[in-house]
Ligand binder design. Structure first.
Ligand code: MN
Length: 262
């Protein structure tokens, strides 16, 4: 039997041996989005604009215009999003082979529960590899933080006070090490961006964007349901729109895993 037929046979409508987990945040005007401080300009939030709804402008159909920034909701960051990747790929140029690959999950939910500003260390990743084996080429490293529990509450999700936003991310040296030494396709998070809330004050500013996008590695944000994934053994499928010249795109993200896996 061909590999594709084996896969079809394992899907839910058939044997159910394979589960599909949707890791995507529903996209609406209520989806929490990044808020840059002045003087920086923000993207627009997502919205639907009705054009017809089985009425005079379109008696037999309903259709809407969508208005959205690129980096809204669950979305991918393409290299040209960052100044370090400006000569790199736009979102339409990311090869499909880089968008489908093994998911590896590093679980820092307990640490983040105690400290919302938790920053992933190189030792965290090396420790994961000692326990679970080397991270395979083409993997997506997903940082589980539990942050998606705040995803329906903008204030809690952004978690800003007078000193700025407080949300987890990675240390600057971790970002550089991942970019230069880990054979990953990208790095995914539950938070609004791939850098920590406090990352504007790091050197360089927003180091995960700086290093990963400068090394043709991609970012993936606002993921949900990471608690349903095994630490390794799931297959990630990232599906952004091929926006020509786009610096990113809202994306549907699925994980495939064996029914018994956790
Ligand atoms: Mn982005």
């Amino acid at each position: 039997m061909s590999l594709v037929n084996q896969l079809i046979g394992a899907l839910g409508a058939h044997s159910g041996a394979l589960r599909i987990i949707d890791l995507t945040t529903p996209l609406s005007a209520r989806t929490p989005t990044l808020r840059l401080p002045s003087p920086f300009l923000n993207l627009i939030d997502f919205s639907l604009q009705e054009v017809s709804a089985y009425n005079a402008p379109g008696p037999f159909w309903k259709h809407n215009n969508i208005h959205t920034g690129e980096h809204i909701g669950t979305h991918i960051d393409a290299p040209i999003h960052w100044v370090t990747g400006r000569e790199g790929r736009d979102v339409a140029q990311i090869p499909p082979e880089r968008l489908i690959g093994p998911a590896v999950v590093i679980d820092k939910a307990a640490e983040v529960q105690k400290n919302p500003d938790y920053l992933l260390t190189i030792d965290d990743i090396k420790g994961w590899e000692r326990e679970h084996g080397a991270i395979a080429p083409g993997s997506w490293l997903l940082m589980r933080t539990g942050w998606s529990q705040y995803g329906d509450d903008r204030d809690k999700f952004l978690n800003a006070d007078a000193t700025g936003p407080h949300s987890p991310g990675v240390q600057a040296e971790t970002a550089q090490w991942m970019a230069e030494h880990l054979p990953i396709s990208g790095f995914g998070v539950e938070t609004v961006g791939i850098d920590a809330g406090c990352a504007g004050g790091m050197t360089p500013p927003f180091p995960n964007h700086h290093h990963l996008l400068g090394h043709d590695k991609y970012g993936l944000t606002s993921l949900r349901n990471l608690d349903q994934l095994p630490v390794r053994g799931a297959l990630l499928i990232v599906a952004p729109l091929p926006i020509v010249g786009g610096t990113g795109s809202p994306s549907r993200v699925f994980a495939l895993l064996d029914q018994g896996a956790h």
